[in-house]
Ligand binder design. Structure first.
Ligand code: AMP
Length: 289
């Protein structure tokens, strides 16, 4: 193996000053910086984001931070999986240059008082079910983009509303980072990969497939020329509700930019679903061109 093909050493740090030094050095050298913000418990979906960043950028920074501000009071912050060593190994395998893993106290010191909130796009869907969630997401992503100053930041289509909101935030606040949205990675049977899938027992996992079935059903009806979106929404809901242990939060067809529910078909649409499967909340979506 030539020295060129040796895996590069990955720096793992929680230190803000060290991160800033590395970022400044990369900028000084004219290198393109890519950032992949995550909460860890990395799976093939996260890995696909890192691989795209690796292919497009000179320096790849992954951030791993289980952000308390995006969890509601009754949500799973305490039990959220934290397999940090395995996460580090996955980053190393992809060739990540820097893994930034800050402490909660460093991110949110005692007197922390500033939040970033996007209006409008955050009101419906996930925002209606999880009222403080997106404010937590935009606050932490703004901090992480300020810290890592990336040319490009990579997000998953899996969290469709989230990537739309982050795009809006970057535009509105004149943040220079390009937001790249990467396709949803699924298991072979269609279940969208999620760090929360580890909570599902085998029968709940089988029931979780009803989200993808509902999305495919919407896509197929639209492709077949069905124009009645209200009827399609009902059919999506019925597909999930007839499945054991599934309680639907929403099933809709919306405009991909504004996320407003559509009353008639248009050239680009997104089908969005969310449901609780047993105690676990799952979301999924499909872009319908
Ligand atoms: P999380 O660690 O859940 O905050 O996710 C970090 C990033 O990975 C977000 O941009 C997610 O949208 C993205 N992501 C999560 N699951 C998937 C998936 N199945 N396919 C592609 N991207 C994903």
């Amino acid at each position: 193996m030539s020295p060129d093909s040796l895996p590069r050493a990955m720096l793992i740090t929680a230190d803000f000053a060290e991160l800033r030094r590395r970022v400044a050095a990369a900028r000084h050298a004219g290198q393109l910086i890519g950032c992949v913000p995550t909460m860890g418990a990395l799976h093939a979906g996260h890995v696909s984001l890192m691989q795209q960043a690796r292919a497009e950028c000179d320096v790849v920074i992954v951030t791993l931070f289980v952000n308390p501000k995006q969890f509601g009071p009754q949500e799973d912050l305490q039990k959220y999986p934290r397999p940090f060593e395995a996460d580090g190994d996955k980053c190393r395998t992809v060739g990540v240059d820097l893994l930034f893993q800050p402490d909660v106290r460093a991110m949110y010191p005692v007197q922390f008082a500033t939040h970033v909130a996007v209006d409008g796009l955050t009101a419906a869907w996930e925002g209606a079910v999880r009222p403080t969630h997106f404010r937590g997401v935009t606050t932490v992503v703004a901090k992480l983009l300020n810290l890592t100053q990336p040319d490009k930041a990579y997000f998953g289509q899996k969290d469709f509303q989230q990537q739309a909101i982050i795009r809006r935030m970057c535009r509105d606040l004149d943040m220079p980072t390009e937001i790249v949205t990467c396709p949803t990675v699924r298991d072979s049977d269609g279940l969208a990969l999620s760090s929360r899938n580890v909570y599902l027992n085998p029968s709940e996992r089988a029931s979780g497939l009803s989200l993808y079935r509902a999305l495919c059903l919407a896509r197929d009806k639209l492709r077949a020329g069905e124009k009645n979106l209200a009827a399609i929404r009902l059919a999506m809901r019925a597909e999930m509700e007839q499945t054991p242990d599934v309680a639907v939060d929403y099933a809709t067809i919306a405009d991909p930019e504004s996320l407003v529910e559509l009353s008639e078909p248009q050239s680009r649409m997104v089908a969005l679903v969310a449901a609780r499967v047993g105690p676990t909340r799952l979301i999924d979506n499909l872009l319908i061109p």
